[in-house]
Design a protein around this ligand. Structure first.
Ligand code: MOS
Length: 646
């Protein structure tokens, strides 16, 4: 009954176009320290460059799906594959014109999320509207192609930098302008841009620095949160700066990093927040140098490269610091409910969504530890807005901290209530104490609450501490590149990471492996291509290359730094989900190191641009031998028909 006339308007597909047309969404944000202009004047060298990082598809195993069931009195049960059930509840209220006490969102578990199921709720909302309209349950599960085309990606990021440094490679002044491709509306990319700025100095001391983040509006699906939330991009940008400084000063890639590490005490970020236990970073770095046998392997790689023209090896060691926690501060609160039944079993309700990261297991561990009961007496039920209301989603690597503290608090309350019965019968069992408490009319259900004391930030005064704690790490990777095809293989990766005292090393090492491989996809494999009209062409695994079994480093060693602890994480167990993504920068710079050797063979020795991801095509072209000399390296975001995979 509706006739729609369409008209093609000019559209913006790339960041480059957005800059040209000044298509920006949010106000630009900046951070600064010192006086960069004066420092540029004093510098022995100035290097300018650009860095481009492509977007990334979340590629969770389970696509977005939802089942919405209308109930009586305006009630509705929404079973949705999301990280953030409260958000579904609140937005569903808006689209249905309903009140929050009628709408329930439930999540038992989801097949991966990685940030892609935090704010992208369209599937759930469509089901809710249809269910309300028809008065019947409605289910919708997106196909992979639909999911990839509709739900947005990690935001493509483009940065322009100008660095001033001494002859010896000491970075004195840095200006970075970062552009994020938000897609057609804002979602959370403004916050991602802020997180890029907060993480941009990584582990380096930069006396004069000015950083800006700008969100570009493009006519593509809205981009959204993705594991790391800007930190991997930030680390990638600063590591590119380090790469160019080393090249200009003709010092080693390792040395340029070491001479720019923070050495001062107390150690502060460039926006003045303290970096706790920074010595732990130095320990990660030194242990990684030793464990990877870096110096000896450097010589072996150089010998290999001197003897081979068409395959090259590359070796790189890169540092990492990731700030865990999130803004604004209302997100850093948490509630949990713990119930003890008279048979002695324990039921936990908490707000962390299980998406394969093992949150239920960790939360059962916390309850079992405080209550002093075996794990098999504790059960963790689905996450829902009814049992634990007003909760922020599972995100920012601190879900275990927030919920763990809340569960600990609830369990401690229960232990206080049980204490008289325990004291009266010290030889009795857990079930005996529970039973006598029950018979004496003691409340055996408790609500726990947690709020993080000091995650604050003001954009007006530019002061605060926008994180709970930093996670430090270092990775060393070696690759072999086939210069004629541009393909590569990761031969070995060594990681040393400081997550303090892991609550569950089996889960955490799995998380580190997974995060590293996802970062590897980001920096080396996963490339989006759009048609000139902005249609996503790489809309399935046939055209979009994600890491597979054969891409896992043949030799993959992970070490958790010993003798580290923190008061800021529950049981001193720091967040692990996102920090290792950035460690995959070591692979990117190992590839760049291999290309450097290939270019040196044709007499090219200066800095060169390599966009991320380092796909076969880009690597092949960057090798710049006589066979490819004719083809310029394609500018990212300009999509020529011959580049499209169709
Ligand atoms: Mo995440 S990127 O903290 O949802």
């Amino acid at each position: 009954m509706v006739a729609i006339e369409y008209e093609n308007l000019p559209h913006i597909v790339s960041i480059k176009d957005a800059i040209k047309k000044q298509s920006f969404l949010a106000q630009e944000r900046f951070l600064e320290k010192g006086n960069i202009e004066a420092a540029f004047k004093r510098a022995d060298h100035i290097a300018e460059g650009v860095v481009h990082i492509g977007g990334q598809e979340h590629f969770y195993i389970e696509t977005h799906g939802c089942l919405a069931k209308p109930k009586e009195d305006g009630e509705m049960d929404i079973h949705a594959t999301v990280q953030y059930p409260q958000h579904v509840q609140m937005i569903a209220c808006r689209v249905l014109g309903e009140k929050a006490n009628r709408i329930r969102c439930h999540v038992r578990r989801i097949g991966g999320a990685f940030g892609g199921k935090c704010y992208r709720l369209t599937t759930a909302l469509a089901c809710a509207v249809a269910a309300r309209k028809c008065g019947k349950p409605v289910r919708l599960i997106l196909s992979r192609t639909e999911d990839m085309s509709l739900t947005g990606t990690r935001q493509p990021t483009y940065a322009e930098f100008k660095a001033g440094f001494t002859d010896t490679g000491v970075l004195q002044a840095l200006r970075v302008k970062v552009y994020c491709d938000a897609g057609c509306y804002e979602d959370c990319i403004n916050w991602v841009g802020a997180h890029i700025l907060f993480n941009l100095d990584s582990v380096y001391s930069i006396p004069n620095i000015h950083t800006t983040a700008i969100c570009c509006k493009t006519n593509k699906a809205t981009n959204t949160a993705f594991r790391g939330y800007g930190a991997p991009e930030a680390i990638h940008i600063i590591e590119n700066v380090m790469y160019d400084i080393a090249t200009v000063c003709q010092i080693s890639q390792m040395q340029v990093r070491e001479i720019n590490f923070h050495r001062e005490k107390p150690t502060l970020t460039y926006f003045g927040s303290s970096l706790d236990d920074f010595d732990n970073f130095h320990r990660c770095w030194l242990e990684c140098v030793t464990k990877s046998n870096y110096h000896q392997r450097r010589r072996v790689v150089d010998v290999y490269n001197a003897q081979n023209r068409w395959t090259k090896r590359g070796l790189a060691i890169t540092p990492n610091k990731h700030l865990v926690g999130m803004l604004p501060i209302y997100k850093m609160q948490c509630m949990a409910m713990v119930t003890v039944y008279i048979d002695g079993t324990v039921l936990i309700h908490q707000s962390g969504v299980e998406m394969g990261q093992g949150i239920f297991t960790k939360m059962i561990q916390v309850a079992s530890r405080v209550l002093g009961v075996p794990h098999d007496l504790v059960h963790c039920q689905e996450t829902s807005t009814t049992t634990v209301p007003n909760q922020y989603g599972a995100s920012a690597s601190c879900t275990a901290d927030r919920n763990g503290y809340a569960i600990k608090n609830a369990c401690e309350t229960i232990m206080e209530r049980l204490k008289p019965y325990k004291d009266a019968d010290p030889k009795g069992s857990w079930t005996d104490w529970v039973m006598s408490a029950y018979e004496n009319r003691v409340n055996l259900a408790a609500i726990g609450f947690y709020k993080c004391a000091d995650v604050t930030w003001s954009w007006v005064t530019k002061t605060g501490r926008p994180y709970m704690y930093p996670v430090y790490g270092t990775a060393c990777s070696e690759v072999e590149v086939d210069c004629l095809t541009g393909n590569h293989q990761v031969l070995r990766t060594d990681i040393v990471i400081d997550i303090a005292r892991s609550m569950n090393p089996a889960i955490d090492i799995g998380q580190i492996e997974g995060a590293f491989m996802q970062g590897y996809g980001l920096f080396a494999l996963e490339d989006h291509r759009y048609s000139p009209q902005g249609i996503l062409l790489t809309n399935g695994p046939h055209a979009y290359k994600i890491p597979c079994f054969m891409d896992i480093p043949s030799d993959f060693n992970i070490t958790l730094l010993r003798n580290s602890k923190t008061e800021r994480a529950v049981y001193s167990s720091k967040g692990v989900a996102e920090p290792p993504v950035s460690l995959a920068n070591s692979v990117f710079f190992a590839i760049k190191d291999a290309i450097r050797s290939a270019r040196a063979d044709v007499g090219l020795t200066g800095p060169f641009r390599l966009d991320s991801p380092a796909t076969g095509e880009r690597v092949r072209l960057a090798c710049a031998d006589s066979l490819v000399g004719k083809f310029p390296v394609p500018e990212p975001g300009t999509y020529k028909p011959w580049e499209a995979p169709l």
